[in-house]
Write a protein that binds this ligand. Sequence first.
Ligand SMILES: Nc1ncnc2c1ncn2[C@@H]1O[C@H](COP(=O)(O)OP(=O)(O)OP(=O)(O)O)[C@@H](O)[C@H]1O
Length: 505
Amino acid sequence: MEYVVEMLNIRKEFVGIVANDNITLAVRPGEIHALLGENGAGKSTLMNILFGLYQPDSGSIRVRGQEVRIGNPSVANGLGIGMVHQHFQLVHNFTVTENIILGIEPNKLGFVNTSSAGKRIKELSEHYGLNVDPDAKIEDISVGMQQRVEILKMLYRNADVLIFDEPTAVLTPQEVTDLIGIMKNLAAEGKSIILITHKLKEIKAAADRCTVIRRGRYIGTVEVASCSKEELAEMMVGRQVFLKVEKQACSPGEALLEIEELTVLNQSKVPAVKNFSLRVFAGEIVGVAGVDGNGQAELVDAITGLGKLQAGRILLEGRDISAFTVKERINAGLAHVPEDRHKRGLVLEYSMEDNLVLEVYDRAPFSKKCLLNRSAIRDYAENIMQHFDVRTAQGPGTIARSLSGGNQQKAIIGRELSLNPKVLIAVQPTRGLDVGSIEYIHKRLIARRDAGCAVLLVSLELEEILNLSDRIAVITQGELIGVVEADSANENDLGMMMAGCSKGG
Ligand SMILES: Nc1ncnc2c1ncn2[C@@H]1O[C@H](COP(=O)(O)OP(=O)(O)OP(=O)(O)O)[C@@H](O)[C@H]1O
């Protein structure tokens, strides 16, 4: 059998947009097959078709040579196809075993044998090097472990085609390395993996072959070993892409953001940020590097007004904004690209135009005498969407929820930069974006810096921190460990500092 899955000439149209236009994908047994495409290229749609969540308008699917109709995910499971979604589907107060057997038919007596299930889960976990404790509760294990539970769920159901939808977006660098090892183990055992990722480095490290799609169309399938990252990027975007954006040395002006001896408590009333002081000057980008969960979220919440500070002050252009509301901070010149675009970035049920004026709808020309000026709002939204290449089916009237993740992100960045802020807090600004969009967003952030904005960049991607920042502040367990000049920093030194070994001043 040459191919375990063949998706042939698949077409899927949504109102106003052809998401998949005659796409072909053929996956071999035992291979890691990357699926690469720009934001909105149609990757998730194609995988949702394979997993039975959508029906194609035309085209056919063969599994192990047999033509099949995958009407829903249980049909997909029955055919040995499993999927790890970007957002895990686990019950947090259940154990690993309970989660894995959830939804499995009980025996004739109405029982599911949890102890034999636990034994099998342990065996599978050991066999594939997953290291998962079947009795642990989901709420007590790390995100990386939770992902392994999702993998085990598929293995327990005997899946031999495993779809991973951007699996590394939520992982730390070490967890990424571990996951690639796990995927290789699975492939060596004959499992086939379809890997959706924007990260070319990961494709180079993990995949055997790569299928590229662009704007819903099939571009080609290549052997990864014989293709450079630059060639993959060019195939994907259709033009040459610079994986690292050039920037001039910065010339900092006055301090626009001053964080003075800040202490912030987390939800359990424990200090998450401790006596943290940092100044960001006009015309510079300061990156905050740290392992996830070391106080970055609480720091950002305190600056943006989404959370309370316990002690200390925050100054914007010399004004104490510590007691300002979120709205007052925005009016004072603060913009924020939030980490969670669904929870805090967009109102998903609103149209794009309403989302793009969320912070300014009460200003002229968008409202007059309490009435909204719809045409001004639409023009403003159209302009942002055009400048930031936000692709939608129906223009500014499109509901935010229906945009692909990357397009939602570009819209948020466009909205925040269009405020012409004095201080920009950008948290994971390119998460989930393709390389072409990353290049574009990085250029825009640098341009904003050059125009005199003070940018605080919080990112888990060290490569992004190193590429964009002028100075880098390292945070560990809520404390500022040190600040280094980006020119003299490297991933290793930053990693050491993030682990708590002090350097810099
Ligand atoms: N349920 C839907 N209704 C309407 N349009 C949709 C729907 N799902 C996807 N689309 C549109 O189809 C196109 C392809 O989207 P898809 O999510 O498949 O892209 P993607 O390649 O996975 O993107 P990303 O990398 O940004 O996640 C996009 O323009 C998207 O807005």
